[in-house]
Design a binder for this molecule. Structure first.
Ligand SMILES: NC(=O)c1ccc[n+]([C@@H]2O[C@H](COP(=O)([O-])OP(=O)(O)OC[C@H]3O[C@@H](n4cnc5c(N)ncnc54)[C@H](O)[C@@H]3O)[C@@H](O)[C@H]2O)c1
Ligand SMILES: O=c1ccn([C@@H]2O[C@H](COP(=O)(O)OP(=O)(O)O[C@H]3O[C@H](CO)[C@@H](O)[C@H](O)[C@H]3O)[C@@H](O)[C@H]2O)c(=O)[nH]1
Length: 441
């Protein structure tokens, strides 16, 4: 098939290489000429393991190209995949103006029987709305259909997820359009759920909201564990063995971040609110997450008394490992609060150093390595569980610091390792090593 993918962000790029990999002819389209130039030189605008190799393979192989022209991308396409952003508005609702823009810009060039697939995460009813935009402009004889096909990839493992996902969801109100999209994905060999368009749109929000709920739940258990001298890792393991609960998304930490969970939980609260329904549970999930992101600072204040004039290393800036995505990264808020407390901050991340300055407080200083960042520091905040940090020799770390204290938001080290390195070590939901720190209430 001929596919046009609109939006060369995470989802658009991964979809483009995926469709090329399974034998389709793909044109990627983005309004950002800078991105297009980079992509045509096989340079990915995002850090995602394996992506540049696939870009190069399919661009040089002639299956994939990128353009900023609708006129070039749309007329040949049997399927047009919309993968543009749906950022939060001030009230939390998803802004679908980029989706509308992509649909409206495509309309003049659509060929007969083309299928418009909405891959962006969109409020329930957006498919109906886009269909109405088309019906107002093109005769129904043209046979244009709108199908929902939400994306479930995780950043950092996006290529793997695309080829080994648990399910593909296709929401279509007419069988023929759903069938086209089913055939498109069939070679992936992943179970396909065929449903109606509104249910498909809801599946995406419900899935993200449920995963966020699991994280906030385990973070609350972690906070209790700290007060009761229990260990949340043992608790997660014991809970996760129950197949009804499952062992995933039970890792306590500094709270969820990233471009999806914060945005999509708030959007679903607002979607409910628009129907005069108070989604109480989800409101609590969001509130717990906000509290969790600053818990690490409350622990540091309890340890030091005042943070004023102290020098801290922040290791890990991206919202999770194997990505340079800084959207809603806990580091943003933690660093802002450290600066507000008049502490000095030296930050380091293995890949997010280029993007970080656009997101972090301007007073942030940057180091070229973790060793440089912790030099003469009064404490370390570990905020992203990069493999590089998990491999740190804690004795070496201790020897480079002025005051050997670590606040680990990701539980990267065994308590015994911190103990034997002589480190004051405060993690999440586990007893503090040296017990100089009060539990957080
Ligand atoms: N990032 C993820 O891990 C992920 C996973 C699943 C679903 N989603 C959802 O997928 C959607 C896209 O997310 P993303 O992170 O890839 O977004 P992104 O912000 O990284 O990229 C969006 C791209 O769309 C382009 N764009 C905007 N309007 C356009 C238009 N009219 N024509 C052409 N290009 C246009 C922008 O220039 C940008 O490059 C969102 O709805 C998101 O919630 C994201
Ligand atoms: O047990 C866990 C699992 C995750 N997290 C945090 O949760 C956030 C999200 O992590 P993850 O889900 O791995 O990354 P995303 O790339 O944001 O992926 C989520 O959001 C995407 C966008 O909608 C969906 O497609 C994915 O299915 C969904 O997992 C990160 O801050 C993680 O640190 C935890 O704190 N504990």
């Amino acid at each position: 098939m001929n596919i046009a993918v609109i939006g060369a962000g995470y989802v658009g790029l991964i979809s483009s290489v995926c469709y090329a990999e399974i034998g389709h002819q793909v044109v990627g389209l983005d309004l950002d000429p800078d991105k297009i130039q980079k992509l045509n030189r096989f340079v990915s605008p995002i850090y995602e393991p394996g992506l540049e190799e696939l870009l190069e393979k399919h661009i040089t192989g002639g299956r994939l190209k990128f353009t900023d022209s609708y006129e070039e991308a749309i007329p040949m396409a049997d399927v047009i995949v919309i993968a543009v952003g749906t950022p939060s508005q001030a009230n939390g609702m998803a802004d679908i103006s980029f989706v509308e823009g992509a649909a409206l810009s495509s309309i003049p060039y659509l060929k007969k029987q083309a299928v418009l697939v909405i891959k962006s995460t969109v409020p329930v009813g957006t498919g109906d709305h886009v269909e109405a935009l088309i019906r107002d402009r093109i005769s129904p004889d043209y046979g244009i259909e709108v199908v929902s096909n939400p994306e479930f990839l995780r950043e950092g493992t996006a290529i793997y997820d695309t080829f080994h996902g648990d399910r593909i969801v296709i929401g279509a109100n007419r069988d023929s359009a759903g069938e086209t999209v089913r055939r498109l994905h069939e070679p992936l060999g992943i179970p396909i759920v065929m449903t109606d368009r509104r249910s498909s749109e809801m599946i995406k929000y419900a899935s993200n909201a449920f995963l966020a709920t699991k994280i906030s739940f385990i973070n609350e258990i972690a906070n209790l564990c700290e007060m009761l001298d229990a260990n949340v890792e043992n608790v997660s393991e014991g809970m996760g063995l129950d197949k009804r609960i499952g062992n995933q998304f039970l890792k306590a930490g500094i709270g969820y971040g990233g471009s999806c969970f914060p945005k999509d939980t708030n959007a679903l609260i607002q979607i409910a609110g628009n129907m005069q329904y108070d989604f109480e549970l989800l409101r609590s999930v969001v509130k717990v997450n906000e509290k969790q992101q600053t818990g690490i600072l409350r622990k540091a204040k309890a340890y030091y008394g005042s943070l004023q004039g102290l020098k801290f290393a922040v290791l890990g800036l991206a919202f999770k490992p194997n990505t340079d995505d800084m959207r809603e990264a806990p580091s943003i808020r933690v660093i802002e609060q450290l600066v507000n407390e008049e502490a000095e901050v030296v930050a380091y991340d293995p890949v997010a150093m280029d993007k970080a300055p656009q997101w972090l407080h301007p007073a942030t200083q940057y180091a070229g390595s973790w060793e440089e960042a912790i030099q003469d520091a009064d404490g370390v905040f570990l905020l992203t569980d990069w493999e590089e940090f998990k491999q740190i020799d804690l004795r070496k770390l201790r020897s480079l610091m002025k005051r050997p204290a670590m606040f680990d938001g990701r539980n990267c080290f065994k308590l015994s390792a911190a103990e034997s390195a002589g480190l004051d070590y405060v993690s999440v939901g586990r007893p503090a090593v040296r017990k100089t720190v009060q539990p957080v209430g």
